[in-house]
Design a protein around this ligand. Structure first.
Ligand code: ADP
Ligand code: MG
Ligand code: MG
Length: 532
């Protein structure tokens, strides 16, 4: 009997079962959970800034509680909340259903005789709202009326929210969010991949059943190789970005042996695997367009925060269980405040832009170059300057990149794909690049893509593990002769900041735990909470 194979089968089965979710143990755990009592939360309360955007828009639980507050208060507060929701839905509606949604909004919110008329508006905004027509709907409602609504909500409603039971509940959730995190918070499953400082495995949050990937960095290994500063940089960048197209960080904690980064779990494999290991080399055109669109938005989100990725390649683009992709491995990313350049050589051979190879100062253009190479690779199953499985020195690939022309011999290229690749190769002359208008993307509505509303063209099979077998990736080597001093301990503590607000709150909502603990009929948890 093949013990490695058997072990792999057992590990895969446990992992796949966990993703199915909802077992008895989970329900039992949940019944015993309690939020911290209000009187335990005084310090947390005073640490929350009185900032409308932070509390009521950016944080998912704050946003939800503020909305619940509005719906439970005066009719004009309810109207404001419903108006913003419906306007947002209209904005993302497919063109076929837009007319109807627009008409509904006009009837409900713009007519003085309607119960939901936006009566908080004043002066010429009221007049404009009452007189709105199909023609100027977009301009008036998305402009002046929306702005006035937000301004209204920021005033008295926000102040009243702040002294309501809904805000007390927010404070309790914030206290819960700040709980210390250790390995006991998770169940651990099979290894998914191997990184430079340790393995990445699947984990599950015991309280919610939510699955994540946990990147474990061996503390001794880090110290020996001097990888601490780099890992801290990766962690800081990961926790700052919050995008549907980037792997997000949900928790950072440490064990006696490892620093751990808990991130979005991507079960569908990486794009390199899909290009080379799924039968015929390359990816179908409609998938290439979809993935490229998501990658483009991911890069734009990074660039908007002045971050260069520097490791754009199909291997670093991972698919989730739905078939949507995210950029991962931000280990080479750096922050370049506006105007600043860098000339450090970084990246992967075959994807590096001429400006990097020549060690000239560069900014975001290198990511667009690497995207061009990646689109080429998805279509052709080879790189523009390196053939599939070609044994060639880095220096020769660099020479070709600098001197040769990019040839499009593969039959999969059409005019649009050739054109976008050539554009990507010429971004160095421009300071900013927006590909979203390129005709390569004529089938994609970017606002709908960004809202997660476009169905993926390909969905991974739920019973397949798109990762190499565990025997091939496990690492047994142990680092010897490394001792930690007080500086190391200080560094580990700085790294281990626990839950990251936005993804953590989203997890509470998506798993249903938010509703469960807020339920006024829940025995242990009426609005004034019982003992913990
Ligand atoms: P390193 O920076 O050390 O190279 P990576 O972040 O690239 O580490 O992770 C190593 C491997 O672990 C990846 O190649 C991939 O196979 C797997 N992996 C990483 N992040 C995830 C994730 N979020 N979901 C699933 N697998 C992942
Ligand atoms: Mg990697
Ligand atoms: Mg890395």
């Amino acid at each position: 009997c093949d013990m490695g194979g058997l072990e792999n089968l057992v590990a895969n089965t446990a992992y796949l079962n966990a993703q199915g979710g909802d077992d008895k143990e989970l329900r039992r755990r949940r019944r015993s959970l309690l939020l911290p009592r209000p009187e335990q939360c005084a310090a947390i309360r005073s640490s929350i800034p009185l900032d409308f955007e932070q509390v009521c828009e950016r944080q998912p639980i704050g946003k939800k509680l503020f909305r619940q507050f509005l719906l439970a208060s005066k009719p004009e507060y309810t109207a404001a909340a419903e108006f913003l929701d419906e306007l947002n839905e209209w904005d993302l509606e497919e063109s076929g259903s837009k007319d109807k949604a627009r008409q509904n909004i006009m009837n409900k919110f713009c007519r003085a005789e309607s119960n939901s008329f936006l009566s908080y508006l004043s002066g010429d905004v009221t007049d404009k709202c009452k007189a709105v027509s199909e023609k100027d709907f977009d301009e008036v409602m998305m402009g002046k009326v929306k702005d006035a609504t937000k301004k209204f909500l920021k005033g008295k409603p926000f102040t009243e929210f702040h002294s309501s039971l809904f805000f007390d509940r927010f404070v309790q959730w914030k206290a819960y969010e700040k709980q210390p995190i250790s390995e006991k918070y998770f169940y651990e499953f099979r290894t998914l991949g191997k990184g430079g400082f340790g393995e990445v495995c699947a984990v599950q949050v015991k309280n919610t059943g939510h699955m994540y990937a946990c990147k474990k960095l061996d503390k001794k290994h880090l110290k020996k190789k001097g990888g601490g500063a780099m890992s801290m940089l990766e962690k800081r960048i990961l926790e700052k970005v919050n995008s549907r197209f980037l792997v997000n960080l949900a928790y950072a904690f440490d064990t006696t042996t490892h620093l751990c980064l808990v991130m979005s779990l991507m079960t569908g494999g990486d794009l390199k695997y899909h290009i080379y290991n799924m039968g015929e080399r390359g990816i179908e055109p409609n998938r290439v367009i979809y993935y490229t669109a998501q990658i483009t938005v991911g890069l734009l989100h990074l660039h908007a925060m002045d971050i260069v990725y520097r490791d754009m390649k199909p291997e670093n683009v991972l698919l989730d269980s739905q078939g949507q992709c995210r950029l991962s491995d931000l280990g080479l990313a750096v922050e370049l405040p506006s105007g600043k350049t860098i000339c450090q050589k970084a990246g992967t051979s075959g994807y590096m832009a001429p400006e990097i190879l020549k060690e000239e100062p560069y900014r975001m253009s290198v990511d667009w170059w690497a995207l061009g190479c990646s689109i080429y690779e998805m279509v052709a199953g080879r790189l523009p300057f390196k053939d599939y499985k070609e044994k060639v020195q880095k220096e020769e690939v660099a020479r070709r990149t600098l001197e040769d022309e990019c040839k499009f011999e593969h039959k999969g290229f059409d005019a649009a794909s050739k054109d976008i690749i050539m554009e990507a190769f010429h971004t160095v002359e421009k300071e900013k690049m927006d590909f979203t208008f390129h005709h390569f993307f004529k089938s994609i509505s970017f606002p709908r893509l960004e809202a997660g509303l476009i169905k993926p063209p390909w969905v991974p099979k739920p019973n397949v593990v798109y990762a190499k077998d565990m025997g091939d990736i496990r690492d047994f080597s142990e680092v010897k002769g490394v001792e930690f001093d007080s500086n190391d301990e200080k560094f580990f503590k700085e790294f281990s900041t626990g839950a990251v607000s936005i993804p953590w709150q989203q997890e509470m909502i998506d798993s249903g735990l938010f509703d469960e603990l807020n339920d006024p009929n829940r025995k242990e948890s009426s609005w004034g909470l019982k003992e913990n």
